[in-house]
Design a protein around this ligand. Structure first.
Ligand code: 13P
Ligand code: SF4
Length: 357
C-alpha cells in the first residue's frame, strides 16, 4: 500500500535537517516505505561493515532488528549513538540462546572433556551476551554470507579432533557443514538447552564434529520440502533459491542457497525469461518480484502460506519519522547501548569475523 504522503514529507524534512549527522541503515527485510529512506541497504554482514565504516555519523538509525543494532553499537565509536526505531523489533531466533543457557552448555562440554577442543561460532543473529561468550572462548561471529569461512577458521583453531559449537541457528550450522563442507548429518548433534546435559551423552559429544544449538528462524522454518516439490510441479523450469536458515531438506532440494545479498545478486544476474521461486522473507521477495518483472524475470514466493518477519515489520514509517524527528530536535530516543564489559569481548568476536579471509 502507498505510504502516507504526509509522513513521507516529514521523514524527508527530518533527514534533511540532520544532514550528514545521521546515517540510516536498512536490512533487506524492511518494508518498502522504510527502505526508501535507507542510505544503504544490505544483508547483516554488509550492514555491520557499513556501520563500522561511518565514523563521522553522529547517529546511526538502524532499520532492522535488535541484534543488528547491538552489533552496530559495538562496532562504532562510543561517541556515536545507534537508534532502533522500535525497541520491540527483536528476533525470535536470537532469543533462543540466553547467556545462562550457553554458560551451562559450556559446563556440559567441559564435563564431557570436549570444551578445550571446541571453538564457538555464533551467528550474527544472537544477543551481545552470546557474542561476548564467543569472544571470551576464542570463537568468531559469522553471518549467512561467511559461515563457511568462519567454520574453516574455527576448525583450524580447534586442531586435531576439534569441534565447533554453533549458536543459535541449527539450520545454518548444519547446512554449511553438510552442504558446503562435506560433513555427514551424523557429524552433527543438536544441543537442546531445555534438557539436562542438552539431551546428549558425553559419548555423543565426543563423537560429534558440529554441536548445533537447538535454535531456528520461525519464518524460514516454515518452508518445507513440499513447498519445493509443489513449486517445481507448478512452474516447470523454475530455479529454487533459498536462504540457509531453511531446514536441511529444503536446502538440499534447492538449486541455489545464500544470504539476502546473494539472493539479490543472483536475481540481478539472471537472464530474462528465467523463473525463480524464493525461500526467504516476503518484503524482500515482493520487492524483487516488482523490480525484475519489467526485465521479464518471473519471481514467486516459495510458499504462499509463509509471510513477513513480524519483528522486522515493526519498523514502519511512523516509527522511523518519530526517531528522525526526535534526533533532529536534539533528543535521542531508543538508543541501543551495549555495556562496556560485554562490548569488549563481543567486539573481539566480531572483529575476528571482519578479519576472516
Ligand atoms: P542475512 O544475513 O542474509 O541478511 O540474514 C539475516 C536474517 O535475519 C535472516 O533471517
Ligand atoms: Fe530473526 Fe528469522 Fe526475522 Fe531473521 S527472519 S530477524 S532470523 S525471526
Amino acid at each position: 500500500s502507498p505510504s502516507d504522503p504526509d509522513l513521507v514529507e516529514r521523514a524527508r524534512a527530518a533527514k534533511a535537517r540532520l544532514g550528514d549527522r545521521v546515517f540510516v541503515l536498512g536490512h533487506h527485510y524492511q518494508r518498502d516505505e522504510v527502505i526508501e529512506f535507507a542510505d544503504v541497504t544490505g544483508d547483516s554482514f554488509k550492514l555491520a561493515r557499513e556501520a563500522a565504516a561511518r565514523p563521522d555519523a553522529e547517529y546511526i538509525v538502524f532499520c532492522g532488528v535488535h541484534f543488528m543494532a547491538e552489533s552496530a553499537d559495538i562496532l562504532t565509536s562510543d561517541r556515536q549513538q545507534v537508534v532502533l526505531p522500535d525497541l520491540a523489533a527483536g528476533c525470535s531466533m536470537a532469543d533462543m540462546a540466553t547467556a545462562e543457557q550457553v554458560a551451562e552448555c559450556w559446563d556440559v562440554l567441559t564435563e564431557a572433556g570436549v570444551a578445550e577442543r571446541t571453538v564457538p561460532v555464533s551467528y550474527m543473529n544472537s544477543s551481545a551476551d552470546i557474542k561476548a561468550f564467543t569472544g571470551r572462548h576464542g570463537g568468531t561471529i559469522c553471518t549467512s554470507s561467511n559461515a563457511r569461512r568462519a567454520l574453516d577458521w574455527a576448525f583450524e583453531q580447534a586442531g586435531e579432533d576439534g569441534k565447533v559449537l554453533f549458536l543459535p541457528d541449527q539450520h545454518l550450522g548444519r547446512n554449511t557443514a553438510v552442504r558446503d563442507m562435506g560433513m555427514s548429518l551424523e557429524d552433527c548433534v543438536v544441543y537442546n538447552p531445555h534438557k539436562p546435559n542438552g539431551g546428549l551423552t558425553a559419548e555423543q559429544l565426543r563423537d560429534a564434529r558440529m554441536i548445533l544449538w537447538r535454535g531456528h528462524c520461525s519464518v524460514h522454518g516454515r518452508f518445507s520440502l513440499d513447498s519445493v516439490n509443489e513449486v517445481r510441479a507448478r512452474i516447470p523450469g523454475v530455479n529454487v533459491l533459498v536462504h540457509p536458515e531453511c531446514k536441511h531438506e529444503v536446502v538440499a532440494a534447492a538449486d541455489h542457497v545464500g544470504s539476502t545479498e546473494y539472493i539479490i545478486n543472483t536475481l540481478d544476474a539472471a537472464p530474462a525469461g528465467s523463473k525463480w521461486a524464493i525461500g526467504t522473507e516476503l518484503n524482500l521477495v515482493r520487492r524483487l518480484a516488482n523490480r525484475y518483472a519489467p526485465e521479464g524475470k518471473e519471481i514467486v514466493f516459495l510458499d504462499r502460506t509463509v509471510c513477513f518477519c513480524s519483528t522486522m515489520n515493526r519498523i514502519d514509517l511512523p516509527h522511523l519519522v518519530w526517531a528522525l524527528e526526535s534526533l533532529a530536535d536534539g533528543k535521542v530516543v531508543n538508543r541501543i547501548q551495549v555495556d562496556p564489559e560485554t562490548e569488549k569481548f563481543a567486539k573481539v568476536a566480531l572483529e575476528r569475523m571482519l578479519a576472516l579471509p
